[in-house]
Write a protein that binds this ligand. Structure first.
Ligand code: DON
Length: 564
C-alpha cells in the first residue's frame, strides 16, 4: 500500500517536472489555452503572464499587472491614484475591492470656490489640492493578502525590474510625454523622469530609479512602505511645496475596502459588476434592465430604433446618477430601488418611439461638455478559471502631472470627480448634487465599471474600459454586442460606439460609426449629435465553448494581450 503511494507520488512529480510551460503569445486578438492578461501596455501584460506561469493565480497576476502599469503606463497606471477590482473565483464566488481615493481630512464642501461662490479655475484638476488620498497600494496589499497565492515580493518584482532596467516607450506614449511636457515642467520643482532633453520617440527607454526605490520600500515594508516612513514623508513634503492638504494622518488612516459586487440578470446571462462609490455598475444594470423588454437584435445594430432606445435609457440612468449616487459610507445610495424592476419599468414609461424626450422632463439642468482623457482597464483569467476585472486611474492623463519629488510617482487629480460646485459640470460634463459633495474622508463618485458576465453559471466575459462618463455605456455596448448582436469579443470591442449622458444634451458618436441616414433620422427626432474620435478603450476576455481564452484588446490605443 505504502509502496504504491510512493510510486504514484513519484509519477506525479516526474510528469509535473516534465510538463513544459506553453510558450507565451502576445498580440491584440490572440486565443490562449491556459491564462491571459489584457492591458494597455505590452510590458504590463507580460508582467502579469510571467506571474501566471510561475504558478500565480489571476489575483497575483492582476496585482503584478497593476504595479507594472504604474511603471510602464504612467498615463493612468498608478500608485498615486486608485481604482476598483472585481474578482470571480472559479467556484463562482465573487468579490470586489474598492481602492478609490478619499478626500483628505482637511477637505471641505466648498474648498474649490472663491468668496463669491465661483469655481476657482483648475483648482480641482491642476493643483496639489486636486489629489485625493491614494488607495492603490493598500488595495493591492489587501486583495493579494486575501486571495493571492504567491508571495507579495514575487508579484511586485516585475514592476521593480521594469522601473530599474527601463522599458521601450510605445509610439503613442512618446506622443503623450511630448504633449504633456509643459505640464510636467509647470507642476514640478525637479525634472520628472518623463521629461527628457529632446523629444521622446517610440523605442526610447524610460528608466525610473526613484519609482523603483518607492516600489522596493513597498515590497520590503508593505503598507508602511507607502503610508508611513520615507514615502509618506516625501508625500507630505510635496504637499507642503504645493500647498496641498494630504496629511500624515490621511495616509495612516487610508483603508481600501472589500464590498459586495452588484449582480443582475440580462437575457439569461448573469452580470457581476461594481457597486458604489462607482456609479458604473448601477448605470450598466439600469440600462440592461430598461432595455431587456426591447428586442435590440431585431431593430439591428446601430439602427435608428436601437440608438434611440439606448440613448433614452442612458439619459434616465445618468439623471439618476446625478441625484442619487455617491459614497455609500456617507449617504444612502438607494441601490436596490434604483435597480428595482418595477422602478425601471416606470422610468421608461414615457419613452416616445418617435421623439427624443426633452431632457428637462427627465430632470432639469444646463451644462456644457468636456472630453475625457485617461484611465486604464485590464482583464485577467488564469488556468483554473479565476478572473479579475480591474479599472485604475489618476483621473485624467497623468493625473495632476505632479510627481512626488524623490518618490517618482504621479499624484491623481481625482477630487474633480466630486461635485465641486453643485450644478457645475466636472471635466466629463457630469453634474452632481449633495450625494456627491465633498466631505473629509469621503470617496468621490466614479463611473468605472469593471464587469464580469456568466453564461450558464460559467465564466463568459471579463470587460471594462477607461473613458470617464462614457465607461458604463461602453461596457454596456460590449456586453450587448456579444449577447444581442452575436459578435465575438474582438468585434464587440472594436466596432464603433456612441454615448448619451443626459447632460450635456447630445449623443456623441465615434466618427464613421453611424450610417449617415441614421444620423439624419436622429436629427429629425430632435437629437443633437457630436462626433468624437474615440470613445473608451476596452480590454476584455471571452471564454469560448471549448474553454479557450480569447482576448479582445481594443484597437483604440496600444492595448496588448499576453497569454499562454
Ligand atoms: O472615476 C472616474 O469615473 C473617472 N475619474 C475616470 C476617468 C477616466 O476614465 C478618464 N479616462 N479616459
Amino acid at each position: 500500500m505504502k509502496r504504491t503511494a510512493i510510486y504514484l507520488l513519484a509519477i506525479i512529480l516526474i510528469s509535473g517536472c516534465r510538463e513544459k510551460p506553453s510558450p507565451v503569445i502576445t498580440g491584440r486578438n490572440i486565443t490562449a489555452g491556459h491564462g491571459m492578461v489584457v492591458s494597455a501596455h505590452p510590458e504590463a501584460s507580460k508582467a502579469g503572464v510571467s506571474v501566471l506561469q510561475k504558478g500565480g493565480n489571476a489575483i497575483d497576476a492582476a496585482v503584478a499587472t497593476e504595479f507594472a502599469l504604474s511603471v510602464c503606463y504612467p498615463e493612468a497606471g498608478n500608485i498615486g491614484g486608485g481604482g476598483f477590482m472585481l474578482i470571480r473565483m472559479s467556484d463562482g464566488s465573487s468579490y470586489m475591492i474598492d481602492y478609490r481615493e478619499k478626500a483628505p481630512l482637511g477637505a471641505s464642501r466648498d474648498m474649490y470656490l472663491d468668496e463669491k461662490g465661483n469655481l476657482k479655475e483648475e483648482s480641482s484638476t491642476e493643483t496639489h489640492l486636486a489629489a485625493g488620498v491614494p488607495g492603490t497600494v493598500d488595495g493591492m496589499l489587501k486583495v493579494h493578502g486575501k486571495y493571492g497565492r504567491l508571495s507579495f515580493r514575487e508579484v511586485i518584482q516585475p514592476a521593480i525590474d521594469l522601473a530599474v532596467k527601463g522599458f521601450a516607450v510605445t509610439e503613442e506614449q512618446a506622443g503623450s510625454f511630448n504633449r504633456n511636457r509643459e505640464y510636467f515642467l509647470k507642476m514640478n520643482a525637479s525634472l520628472p523622469a518623463f521629461v527628457k532633453d529632446g523629444e521622446w520617440k517610440a523605442g526610447d527607454v524610460l528608466r525610473q530609479p526613484d519609482l523603483a526605490a518607492t516600489l522596493e520600500r513597498i515590497r520590503d515594508n508593505g503598507r508602511d512602505g507607502f503610508y508611513s516612513g520615507k514615502t509618506a514623508e516625501m508625500i507630505i513634503r510635496e504637499m507642503k511645496r504645493g500647498k496641498g492638504i494630504i496629511s500624515a494622518m490621511d495616509l495612516a488612516k487610508y483603508e481600501a475596502k472589500f464590498r459586495k459586487p452588484l449582480t443582475g440578470v440580462y437575457r439569461g446571462y448573469r452580470i457581476i459588476t461594481i457597486p458604489p462609490p462607482s456609479s458604473g455598475g448601477i448605470i450598466l444594470l439600469q440600462l440592461l434592465k430598461m432595455l431587456e423588454p426591447w428586442p435590440l437584435q431585431e431593430s439591428g445594430f446601430h439602427s435608428l430604433k436601437a440608438i434611440h432606445l439606448i440613448a433614452e435609457a442612458e439619459k434616465r440612468a445618468f439623471a439618476d446618477r446625478a441625484e442619487y449616487a455617491g459614497d455609500p459610507d456617507f449617504i444612502d445610495v438607494h441601490t436596490s430601488i434604483l435597480l428595482d424592476q418595477k422602478y425601471l419599468k416606470r422610468r421608461f414609461n414615457d419613452f416616445d418611439p418617435d421623439q427624443a424626450t426633452d431632457i428637462k422632463k427627465i430632470k432639469a439642468g444646463l451644462l456644457s461638455g468636456h472630453e475625457s482623457d485617461e484611465t486604464t482597464h485590464y482583464s485577467v483569467v488564469d488556468k483554473d478559471g479565476n478572473a479579475v476585472s480591474a479599472t485604475t486611474t489618476l483621473n485624467n492623463l497623468f493625473g495632476s502631472s505632479i510627481v512626488v519629488e524623490g518618490a517618482g510617482f504621479l499624484l491623481n487629480n481625482q477630487m474633480d470627480d466630486f461635485s465641486v460646485k453643485p450644478g457645475t459640470p466636472n471635466m466629463y460634463g457630469l453634474v452632481g448634487g449633495e450625494a456627491n459633495s465633498i466631505s473629509p474622508g469621503k470617496r468621490m463618485l466614479s463611473s468605472m465599471t469593471p464587469s464580469i458576465v456568466e453564461k450558464d453559471g460559467k465564466l463568459f466575459l471579463v470587460a471594462g474600459s477607461p473613458g470617464g462618463s462614457t465607461i458604463p455605456t461602453t461596457v454596456f455596448q460590449v456586453i450587448t454586442n456579444v449577447i444581442d448582436y452575436k459578435m465575438d469579443i474582438r468585434q464587440a470591442v472594436d466596432t464603433g460606439r456612441f454615448h448619451d449622458q443626459w447632460l450635456p444634451d447630445y449623443i456623441m458618436f465615434e466618427k464613421g460609426s453611424i450610417d449617415s441616414l441614421v444620423l439624419e433620422g436622429l436629427k429629425g427626432m430632435n437629437y443633437d449629435l457630436k462626433e468624437r474620435s474615440v470613445i473608451g478603450s476596452v480590454n476584455a476576455i471571452e471564454i469560448l465553448p471549448d474553454g479557450k481564452i480569447r482576448a479582445g484588446a481594443d484597437r483604440r490605443g496600444y492595448n496588448t494581450a499576453c497569454g499562454y
